[in-house]
Design a protein around this ligand. Sequence first.
Ligand SMILES: Cc1cc2nc3c(=O)[nH]c(=O)nc-3n(C[C@H](O)[C@H](O)[C@H](O)COP(=O)(O)OP(=O)(O)OC[C@H]3O[C@@H](n4cnc5c(N)ncnc54)[C@H](O)[C@@H]3O)c2cc1C
Length: 456
Amino acid sequence: MTTHEFDFVVVGAGTSGCYAAATAAKAGYDVVVVERKDAAEAGHIACGDALKGAANFPDAIPKSELEPAFTNTGVDHGRFEIPQEDTVLDIPIPGELAVIDRWKYGQRIIESASEAGVEFHYDTVVQDVEQDRSGRVTGVRATRKGDAVTYDAAFVVDAAGSLSLLQDAVDFSESTFDTNVDYSQFCSAYREIVEVPEPVEWDDALVFKPTERAAGYLWYFPRTDTEINAGLGFQMNEEPMHLVEDLKRDLQTRSEFAGAEVKDKLGAALPTRRPYDSATHPGYLAVGDAAGHVNPTTGGGIAGAAYAGTYAAEAAIDALEDGVHDEAALWSYNERVMDHFGARYAALDVYNVLSTAVDVDDLMSLLASLPGEQLSEALYAGTSSFGVGLAAKVAAKSFGHWGQIYQMYRTKRVADRLLDHYESYPSSPDGLDRWQARRDDIMDDVYEVTGADAKY
Ligand SMILES: Cc1cc2nc3c(=O)[nH]c(=O)nc-3n(C[C@H](O)[C@H](O)[C@H](O)COP(=O)(O)OP(=O)(O)OC[C@H]3O[C@@H](n4cnc5c(N)ncnc54)[C@H](O)[C@@H]3O)c2cc1C
């Protein structure tokens, strides 16, 4: 058995892992990223390839390093196709967005972290963690090509993605780490990279379309005007879909895909839930998909992963400099995540909860009656304000949907209350129980207003 010693062992060479590792290496620490894939395959990750917030990424791996992977920076709106209503809604996308070559992006962030001094150990599957008597995580156990390898470290960063295996291994009984996690709070998704013979007309748009069965959606994201990321997903609390077959069927109905060639196929799970209430445990922090840092309505998780990785490393560096490993020393990480995007994602999750309780056709015809600007605000900002004039316009256009609009209005009010509550996220682990009890009361109101089954 081989044993390695590092200041930080980061499990997973995705976005969150590379940003965490680069941050710690740039501060002068010894960092290893342990990745189960081989060097060529690392960074090849199932994704829709839409990078939101591309203007503004953490400095550990700056935007200039990522730009060579940006293949389409001309997208400025979402195109929502609603076949049931024979309608197409064009909805502006606020801020900068790039469609990227995801594999190239994955390789760029690995190269950049390597240049910052990070070691990468490929072909190494982490299977277990080491904990001392107090419960503190002190390292991980892995297998590389059949050989046992252990890594001892001051801090373990769990960047192993959705439903991280490490979390089954850690005994969290002595910490606040969120274990209220179930596969039903995740989405199963699949995508193909498809080359079409003629340029598509919508190369300035992200195209969305509801799936025929189960609450899910299809997407067509143009990497270029002839290379399209085509995919779909469904929430895992619904009847399972046959993702490959369902995508194929939709592609066959679209004339722009006649004669198209499939270049690549990948599928994975992604969290469509609120962020973990706490992603810290002595000696251990979870980041990115491993801590639910994804916008639960759009499935966008790259930006959240980059920031979470950075914040986690910064908190651990401070703790290391103070010679402490306990949760209180890492707590600023949870606070920064909630403050930056976690509160907003938790409020957006309320609309996901609503979508499990309403009829998809009804929801689509309601959406078709709403103004694009407001939908855009609701999707990305987690809130939306309807003035009286606008409300009157919506009401006139949406005759027959007033019951749903009223339910939407009540849902928005309770989502706003939840957002307010997340703004008082506690400043130490001691306050978490009380904060959670109050939050759970608000969630009870969410289930009552939406008529949905409890998600957590
Ligand atoms: C189909 C699909 C479409 C998506 N579309 C978009 C989109 O368009 N835009 C967007 O912003 N986000 C999108 N997302 C979400 C986004 O891909 C994730 O949020 C983001 O990749 C999370 O990064 P991460 O570093 O946390 O995890 P990952 O990128 O999943 O990285 C985890 C890494 O850990 C490694 N690993 C796992 N287990 C182990 C182990 N036991 N030992 C060693 N290594 C291990 C994996 O091999 C992987 O390299 C999509 C997700 C899916 C599934």
